[in-house]
Ligand binder design. Structure first.
Ligand code: 5GP
Ligand code: MN
Length: 886
């Protein structure tokens, strides 16, 4: 920014001013010493002064009294006149010597430094005029001086100056170390040096509230304790500060005419309005106020609320009339109302791109022009761009946040809805009961509620959640894609084998024929030897007579009463006979042999026979059944307790666990039905597996040599058999909600220990017990649980492979090993099946709560896997199963 050039409208300076100044600084220093180093200077004592005073006129003496108060310093006091183009110098009329000169006079005389100028001797005419002025002769303070010569270096040498008359003015000033001397100016323009000094003096007085009266003597009395040096320095610094300040500062006359402004402000507005001050054009306050459309509320603001009265309708923004009215208003506010200040904010078009805008604020104060002593308007301009930008940014952020908040709120609403939906497992029966209970409490249902219920009552599955399909197939969170579909297929009694997937031609032709070839095992009930032989390795040389009883087995069996059991360990130490070993152990422990007159050796043989009937499926094998058996045992004894689970129930319960997956084919019911397996044909597609498990097992049980109940009361056997059938058939997940729904109705009843529990209620409790035991791995210690899930996944993948072999167009959901299996979607299973089932069980049997917290821990792990897309090994302790958690 051309600060020097723009510093004062009246005295633009050349950019080289700084270098000149630097020169001056050195010469100034020399010069400052001059009066004391020169022979005369050194001799200037107070007695000299007195002598000089004697030789001076009375006028000089009069001045001296006043000037003595204001003593100037050669080194600093006159520096301010370097700001002027008026040649100004200090001349000692007594010695006939120049003591100091400003940059303008140095240049005027064609000199390159002040020293050079000081060496220049003024002619005799000048010296005479100076002496007359110093003597106070009337009219001598101003004179016409004809220059007789100028050096070739002077810019004026070839002009009209040589030979032309210069107007020179003299003023007596007192200079420290030099006494009374003359301050001389030549050809003063608008400002001359004397006026400048006078201005500084009066400014100073005003600043110090001293001597309000300005007298013509040009010299005022500084405030007590103030030295002239001090205020001069102050003034210089104030000027310097203003000059270098980047804050736009203006002093306008009350008419809006520019008196002065700091360089950056001048430079900016000259450029903004394309005005060249050299051409005599001036910025005015009116100009500046018209940078924005004053008639448009969008572009002008009065932060103090003291704007002008609304402009008349005619007043187009920025019109002369509006600006004039605003000027009147500014004067009124500052000078009549005497407001401390007046602020106006304007949205001004950018210089380079008028389509862009920025906000600026002008603050105005009433002031005085020190030169004319008239009222003036001091204006300060600040950039509001940053503030407005922040304001807008904040507003933007606020809007953003509001939008985000709205999104979050709607997501939350949706999540709540989803959550309530995913937990809305209420069936039509539940809803009816709720409605009836409401009526009992006095709530009148709405017509819409009644109509909805009526519609629901016509559907077949009164106990299935009304919104199961919507929940599982609606692509809701947690049940996306195949997860929902697989759960829906597992839980919905009415699913076609593969919804929307017709059998391919090959699939059709492969039915039955292929299945019999691909069956996991031959279900040849008559061929015991074969079944025993191929069922399990290690193949025993002959069937053992007694269950093995090694130390390791004993150790595992010691943990049989715990909630948490590791059937894998039992399998390892029982030589592949976990089921028969555990069954005999429990029957003996519970004294069931005696109670039901069962021969223990025969029972062992029966167990071996059943155990051998479990093929080596990845999941549905004897280890799974052992796990279910242990769970069942704990759930019966610790959960249901002796009040509900007597010998009869326990015997039935354990027996049902032992046989519950007998001769499982390693594929699910849907597969058997879809490919028209023998079992599907035999049981008319109704729970073919479960029907087979129980029917085939009873066939063993009533047939020699495994007819373990032969000594038992037939009535007892019939009742046990009934129970076992109900329990095993209840493990079909297709009737999950039916069983659970019925159980929910007796939850409270069971919990309260109502005496008159119906036999159906007890049966229901037992069914739920086996259902819990069947998925009991879900509350196992997490690494044991993980093993079970991985095994089930393998089995599902194997089914998928078989579906493919049989030419299925699409594999069952989560069974395609090319895609994600159940280990990637356990959360859905837990939320829709596991948690509600166990929660319900624990509501009825609170002592079972350790299971609930354990399975919730596992759920958290699965949720972590899914939410954070982690590898299972990052979440579960895969290696080194910890056996301590019991
Ligand atoms: P089961 O076939 O053992 O009598 O009945 C349990 C059924 O529940 C299994 O066939 C399987 O479909 C399902 N199931 C058991 N545990 C899990 C599990 O951890 N995840 C999933 N997705 N399904 C399971
Ligand atoms: Mn099972």
């Amino acid at each position: 920014m051309e600060d020097a050039a723009a510093f004062s409208r009246a005295s633009p300076r050349a950019p080289e001013a700084n270098t000149v100044k630097e020169d001056l600084t050195t010469t100034e220093g020399n010069h400052g010493r001059a009066p004391s180093t020169s022979s005369e200077g050194l001799s200037r004592s107070s007695s000299d002064k007195r002598k000089r005073k004697d030789s001076s006129s009375m006028a000089v003496q009069r001045r001296t009294e006043a000037a003595a108060i204001m003593e100037y310093d050669l080194a600093t006091s006159f520096e301010v006149t370097n700001e002027l183009q008026t040649p100004t110098w200090v001349y000692d009329p007594v010695e006939g010597r120049t003591l100091w000169g400003n940059e303008a006079v140095v240049a005027f005389f064609g000199k390159t430094s002040m020293d050079e100028f000081l060496a220049h001797h003024m002619d005799a005419d000048f010296a005479a005029k100076a002496r007359r002025a110093a003597a106070g002769e009337d009219g001598a303070s101003q004179a016409q001086w004809k220059l007789t010569a100028l050096p070739p270096s002077s810019p004026h040498r070839d002009g009209a100056m040589v030979g032309a008359a210069l107007t020179i003015r003299f003023r007596v000033v007192s200079v420290r170390g030099a006494g009374d001397v003359l301050l001389v100016t030549a050809n003063g323009g608008m400002f001359d040096s004397i006026h400048t000094l006078r201005s500084l003096e009066s400014l100073h007085r005003e600043m110090h509230h001293a001597a309000p009266e300005l007298d013509d003597s040009l010299v005022g009395a500084p405030a007590a304790g103030d030295t002239p040096d001090h205020w001069l320095h102050d003034s210089l610094r104030a000027m310097e500060m203003l000059k270098t300040s980047p804050i736009f500062t203006f002093l306008f006359g009350t008419a809006g005419d520019l008196l002065t402004a700091n360089p950056c402000a001048v430079a900016f507005y000259e450029s903004y309005f394309a005005i060249r001050s050299q051409e005599g054009k001036q910025i005015s306050l009116q100009n500046i106020l018209s940078v924005a459309d004053l008639g448009d509320e969008e572009t002008v603001a009065y932060p103090d609320g003291n704007g002008p009265p609304a402009a008349s309708g005619e007043g187009g923004g920025g019109s002369d009339a509006t600006v004039t009215a605003l000027m009147d208003h500014v004067r009124y506010v500052l000078f009549d109302q005497k407001f401390e200040s007046f602020r106006i904010q304007l949205k001004m078009a950018k210089r380079r791109d008028p389509k862009k805008h920025r906000w600026v604020e002008f603050e105005m104060w009433a002031a005085r022009d020190p030169v004319t002593d008239k009222g003036a308007i001091l204006v300060n301009q600040t950039n509001l761009q940053e503030t407005k930008r922040l304001e807008l940014e904040l507003k933007g952020k606020h809007d953003d946040l509001r939008a985000k908040n709205e999104i979050l709120q709607s997501e939350l609403d949706r999540a709540n809805r989803d959550k309530s939906e995913s937990l809305d497992l209420d069936s039509t029966v539940d809803k009816t009961i709720n409605l009836l209970e409401g009526i009992i409490r006095g709530n009148q249902p709405t017509e819409e509620e009644l109509r909805a219920l009526k519609r629901a009552l016509r559907t077949r599955n009164l106990r299935a959640p009304n919104r199961l399909e919507e929940m599982l197939l609606g692509n809701k969170a947690g049940f996306e894609g195949e997860v929902g579909l697989s759960l829906f297929e597992m839980l919905n009694p009415n699913t076609k084998s593969v919804p929307g997937q017709p059998l391919s031609a090959r699939e059709n032709s492969n039915m039955r024929r292929s299945l019999s070839r691909n069956s996991t095992m031959e279900l040849d009930d008559d061929n015991d030897e074969k079944a025993e032989g191929e069922a399990l390795e290690p193949a025993a040389a002959g069937p053992p007579r007694q269950p093995s009883a090694g130390a390791a087995v004993a150790e595992v069996l010691e943990t049989v009463d715990e909630w948490f059991f590791d059937a894998f360990r039992l399998e390892e130490c029982t030589n592949g006979h976990p089921l028969s070993v555990l069954s005999c152990h429990l029957f003996a422990r519970l004294n069931l042999y005696e109670t039901f007159q069962i021969d223990d050796a025969q029972f062992f043989q029966f167990c071996l026979k059943i155990e051998q009937g479990y093929p080596n499926n990845a999941y549905h094998n004897r280890v799974h059944v052992s796990n279910v058996l242990q769970s069942m045992y704990v759930l019966l004894t610790k959960g249901l307790g002796p009040r509900l689970a007597g010998d009869h129930e326990i015997a039935a319960g354990l027996l049902s666990a032992i046989i519950h997956d007998y001769e499982h084919k390693g594929v699910n019911n849907d597969f058997l039905i879809r490919f028209q397996d023998d079992l599907a044909l035999k049981y008319n597609d109704r729970s073919p597996l479960e029907n087979h498990h129980v029917a085939a097992a009873f066939e063993v049980m009533v047939t020699k040599p495994h007819d373990i109940f032969k000594q038992c009361d037939p009535e007892v056997f019939i009742s046990i058999r009934k129970c076992v059938i109900e329990m095993v058939l209840a493990t079909d997940m297709k009737i999950h909600f039916d069983v659970l729904g019925r159980f929910k109705q007796i939850e409270e009843k069971v919990r309260e220990g109502v005496e008159d529990l119906m036999p159906e209620d007890v049966s229901l409790a037992l069914q739920v017990c086996l259902k819990c035991a069947d998925i009991g791995h879900c509350y196992c210690e997490s690494n044991v649980h993980l093993r079970w899930v991985q095994k089930l996944e393998q089995e599902f993948f194997a089914q998928g492979d078989r579906e493919e072999e049989l030419g299925a167009v699409a594999k069952s959901p989560l069974m395609d090993r090319e895609k994600a299996g159940i280990t990637k979607s356990q959360v859905g299973f837990f939320k829709i099946v596991v948690v509600p089932l166990f929660a319900s069980f624990c509501k009825a049997f609170p002592s079972a709560e350790p299971m609930l917290s354990s399975l919730n821990r596992n759920l958290e792990l699965w949720a972590k896997v899914e939410e954070e897309q982690l590898e299972i090994s990052e979440v579960f302790e895969v290696a080194g199963a910890d056996q301590t958690m019991r």
